[in-house]
Design a protein around this ligand. Structure first.
Ligand code: ADP
Ligand code: MG
Ligand code: MG
Length: 913
């Protein structure tokens, strides 16, 4: 790991001195770097200091020991902070209190919870009481501190699953004694008693007294943050998201401000724009007289940020907040998700980071902010999640049916539009039921008073999520943003009764299983079913029911896609074998076909009869006769494809699958009888044929170029169909660019033999038609031997295309179709990190690909190389393909936009010379 030269372990941030800045996320963590950045641009940040991630790394590399000077440096830092704030650690007259906050590069669940109010003890609590004139506040802060510190630093937690939280137990007991219903019913005296009992609990459990010296408290808290880096939850999270252990966490020590000193105080979270729709509106919520994470915890229902403007006490702070909103966007160049506290009408900023958003919000925000010159075009591309673009294809309500429902008064309630799109299905009140019904193929809308992490699986299984309570930072809204779920949150007018299994609104009562519809773009909830329609994007690009100028969503999407095209080096092709698929793919931005599977055409209509006759034929003449019947069909198909491509390249693969796939299985007697009738032979003959074609391991059997080598007539017919189609389409004035691709080549000689046929047929067709069409012959590289001998193969091949499905199967010795019995276990045990059939196994299969590229280009430096396996539409695989220097990727039509964005990101992160 690269170490910074200096031994500087602590970075200050305050008005008078700020050592770090926003670019130092790896050293200061995300939170620390941005606290420094906010301070630098003059935002009101309570002063503090950040202990670097390198200290954490040192700690773990040296048997959990701190660097020698850390303690003395920390003491100096505290003295500095005392001067900055004019307060003193442990001074009863004017005590300095701090928060201790963990901070990895990206926010990371599983890390230590923030400790607030550190520095309190019996004396300073009295001091805080005098300074604020609010004894209850002071003692409440103290008991909270004891509780947090006792739990996360001293480890006073429940000892087994069935025990209550020990601090809660003590508090509940006291509440019972003094007949207090709520926490707020406890008086100052009660809280003093509670503090005594908390101390006793800590002593009993740990054998140690609660440290009264603030410096000792701080040492303990800092140690706890560093230790939490290696706690089980944090380790698990890092494994899941592939965050290296060496990154470490930073610790932020920051002077406290209080949002809980009265009604002229508040705390809140906000986004500079709406992260669900991307609208340029201030978005967020706050609680008056509250501290820390009260807003997120959902103890009280927070107010909308816009309501703050009308608050008599803190209305002025809102004006400032609105100004901050602009400053943040201007300086951070993206939508910010930030946390703030108002203490006695004065605003303080506590955190900011780039906001997570839906795909709709992503394209709109990127479009708007680039036009407003607030965001760089590069950031607009880099900040998108390619996979999430799928959300833009999600259905919306059918306009006619939607209007009908509105006119009929079926609108039940309106909540927060938290996840765009439309969902219609049966209502369901529990996550496990949602899962159960979804498994049976039902469309389910999960309705909950509020959701929690336990509901996650049910939420994933549902078409949409509806909650009665909770705002923009509620769990449901968060999940919707991150997973692209249709979601209406906090629809306050609905009343859900889990016990009775009912949802009530506007005098209507729905029972579990009744139809319901929600519009996550507007927040509307409707009684009954509403038909859904294609997303706007599909209506513009596929069905053409909408014009581009009428769809804002399309315009934002199109803006991003065109921007992406400016940056990417990789070409984007599509895997398609029908003209309509080709047309769709071109609308989505495909620049040609990367894989046209000819065998798909063999199954249509009567063709299958000719195919079977071909298979059955014993003599080459008979086979030729059968193939002659197929030729016109294939030619017509190719003509359609060439026309749809309008001059773009078409990479067509010669016949690939084992022949038995065209015959009914041995256990399908009825099918065999039918074939016998079709072919005018006996059932026994069919049976015999099926038995002959039976293979123990068809994947490695008589398939690929092996078919064309043993039965050259097949390749000859296919080449003829391709070239006759090319000539015919050329005659109609349309350009053609056929590329003939030979599958499953492992030996140069295999390719030589097939190429010879293709060239001969091309010459014949040119002569017969009088048309000179351009064409290329190349090969798929999809078995390890092909990669290893790519230099030899490149002598013949004019292009390569990696068939990563077969390459993965053969390199790993794992059949994709048989892997489901063990692959999930492999993933659980982390033998493999991701499904290798979805995302290229870069260390293994990727190495073979590198060899293939290097060897191929060593013979032909300008050899065109692409990929046509399923991996071509997987963002991380696209990045890999860029990095090893491929010319293009090819994927299914609807994944073309994903590949375009992923390719642009790859180019920006790792520019080609
Ligand atoms: P997380 O990483 O979970 O977001 P934070 O470190 O941001 O944790 O702390 C959680 C909350 O604690 C903050 O949102 C803020 O409300 C409160 N908090 C943290 N530091 C301070 C402080 N110095 N003064 C007042 N409140 C604070
Ligand atoms: Mg937290
Ligand atoms: Mg926070």
């Amino acid at each position: 790991m690269a170490k910074s030269k200096s031994n500087k372990m602590i970075y200050f941030f305050s008005k008078s001195r700020t050592d770090g800045d926003g670019t130092m996320k790896s050293l200061l963590g995300g939170k620390g770097a941005n606290l420094a950045a906010m301070t630098q641009i003059g935002l009101p940040v309570p002063p503090g200091f950040t202990i670097t991630t390198e200290v954490c790394t040192h700690y773990y590399e040296n048997g959990r020991k701190y660097p020698e000077t850390l303690l003395s440096d920390m003491t100096k830092a505290v003295s500095w902070l005392e001067k900055e704030t004019g307060k003193k650690f442990g001074d009863p007259k004017n005590p300095l209190l701090v928060s201790v906050r963990s901070g990895a590069r990206d926010s990371m669940p599983g890390m230590m919870d923030t400790i607030l109010n550190l520095g309190l003890n019996d004396d300073t609590t009295e001091g805080l009481k005098k300074a604020t004139g609010n004894g209850r506040f002071a003692w409440d802060s103290y008991r909270r501190f004891l509780q947090m510190y006792g739990d996360v630093v001293m480890g006073v937690q429940k000892r087994h699953e069935h025990e209550h939280e020990p601090f809660d137990d003590v508090m509940d007991a006291l509440k019972k004694e003094v007949k207090a219903k709520e926490d707020v019913d406890l008086t100052e005296e009660h809280l003093q008693e509670l503090v005594k009992r908390f101390k006793k609990l800590i002593k009993e459990r740990t054998g140690k007294a609660f440290p009264t010296d603030p410096m000792k408290q701080l040492e303990g808290a800092v140690g706890a943050v560093f230790s939490s880096w290696m706690n089980e939850r944090a380790i698990l999270y890092r494994q899941k998201y592939r965050i290296p252990d060496e990154w470490g966490t930073a610790v932020n020590v920051q002077s406290m401000v209080f949002g809980n000193m009265g009604n002229d105080c508040a705390t809140g979270v906000a986004f500079t724009r709406d992260p669900a729709t991307g609208e340029n509106v201030f978005y967020g919520e706050y609680l008056v007289n509250a501290q820390g994470e009260d807003v997120v915890a959902g103890v009280r229902t927070p107010l909308k940020i816009s309501d703050m403007a009308h608050d008599a006490e803190i209305g002025a702070a809102f004006k400032e907040l609105n100004q901050v909103r602009k400053t943040l966007e201007k300086n951070f160049g993206d939508v910010q998700d930030f946390e703030f506290t108002i203490e006695k009408k004065k605003l303080y900023m506590l955190q900011t980071r780039h906001g997570k958003r839906t795909a709709l919000a992503y394209v709109k925000i990127a479009h708007d902010m680039v036009k407003e010159k607030l965001m760089t075009p590069e950031h607009a591309i880099k900040s998108g999640d390619p996979e999430a673009l799928n959300q833009l294809l999600q259905p919306i309500f059918d306009t006619v049916d939607y209007e009908k429902a509105r006119k009929a008064g079926r609108l039940l309630a309106t909540g927060l539009p938290a996840g765009p799109g439309a969902a219609s299905g049966v209502v369901c009140f529990s996550a496990h039921k949602a899962e159960e019904w979804a498994k049976k193929g039902q469309h389910v809308v999960l309705a909950r008073i509020e959701t929690s992490p336990e509901d996650l699986r049910g939420m994933i299984a549902s078409e949409g999520i509806l909650t009665a309570r909770g705002g923009v930072s509620s769990h449901a809204a968060l999940v919707a943003r991150q997973m692209g779920k249709v979601c209406v949150a906090g629809a306050g007018d609905i009343e859900i009764d889990y016990h009775k299994g009912t949802l009530k609104a506007k005098g209507v009562t729905l029972k579990e299983g009744d139809p319901i519809s929600i519009n996550g773009t507007t927040g509307e909830v409707f009684n009954g079913k509403i038909a859904t329609a294609d997303s706007e994007l599909k209506q513009v690009l596929v069905s053409k029911k909408m014009k581009p100028k009428d769809s804002k969503v399309f315009q934002y999407y199109d803006f991003i896609m065109k921007l992406a095209d400016k940056y990417r080096n990789l070409g984007i092709r599509t895997n398609a074998d029908q003209p309509d698929q080709v047309e769709n793919a071109i609308e989505f931005g495909a620049e040609g076909i990367g894989l046209c599977r000819t065998e798909h055409m063999f199954f249509e209509g009567d063709r299958i009869i000719a195919v079977r006759q071909m298979i059955l034929a014993e003599k080459p003449e008979d086979r030729k006769k059968a193939l002659a019947k197929l030729l016109p069909y294939q030619q017509k198909d190719f003509e359609g494809i060439f026309k749809a491509l309008d001059g773009r390249p078409a990479c067509i693969r010669l016949l690939d699958p084992p022949l038995h796939e065209f015959l009914p299985h041995s256990d399908n007697r009825k099918g065999q009888e039918e074939v016998a009738k079709q072919l005018k032979i006996t059932v026994e003959q069919v049976e015999k044929l099926v038995a002959e074609l039976h293979e123990f391991n068809p994947m490695l059997g008589f398939r690929g170029c092996r078919l064309g080598i043993v039965r050259p007539e097949i390749s000859e017919m296919q080449a003829r169909a391709i070239f006759q189609a090319a000539a015919a389409v050329m005659k109609s004035g349309v350009k053609v660019k056929p590329e003939v691709m030979v599958p499953l080549v492992g030996f140069k000689k295999e390719l030589d033999l097939q190429v010879e046929i293709v060239h001969r047929v091309a010459r014949e067709v040119m002569k017969e038609t009088g048309k000179k069409f351009p064409y290329h012959v190349g090969t798929m590289i999809e078995i390890p031997r092909g990669c290893l001998t790519a230099d030899e193969i490149a002598e013949t091949a004019e292009f390569f295309s990696f068939g990563t499905n077969d390459l993965t199967q053969t390199a790993l010795g794992m059949s994709r179709d048989d892997s489901n019995t063990f692959l999930p276990h492999y993933q659980e045990l982390e033998i493999i990190k991701a499904n290798p059939f979805a995302s290229i196994d870069t260390t293994g299969v990727g190495q073979l690909m590198r060899i293939g590229v290097d060897k191929g280009r060593s013979k032909k430096s300008d050899l065109k190389i692409g990929i046509c396996g399923e991996h071509g539409g997987d963002p991380s695989s696209v990045v890999f393909c860029h990095n090893i220097g491929l010319d293009y990727v090819s994927c299914s039509p609807f994944r073309v936009p994903i590949a375009r964005l992923a390719a642009a990101q790859a180019a920006l992160r790792n520019p080609r010379k």
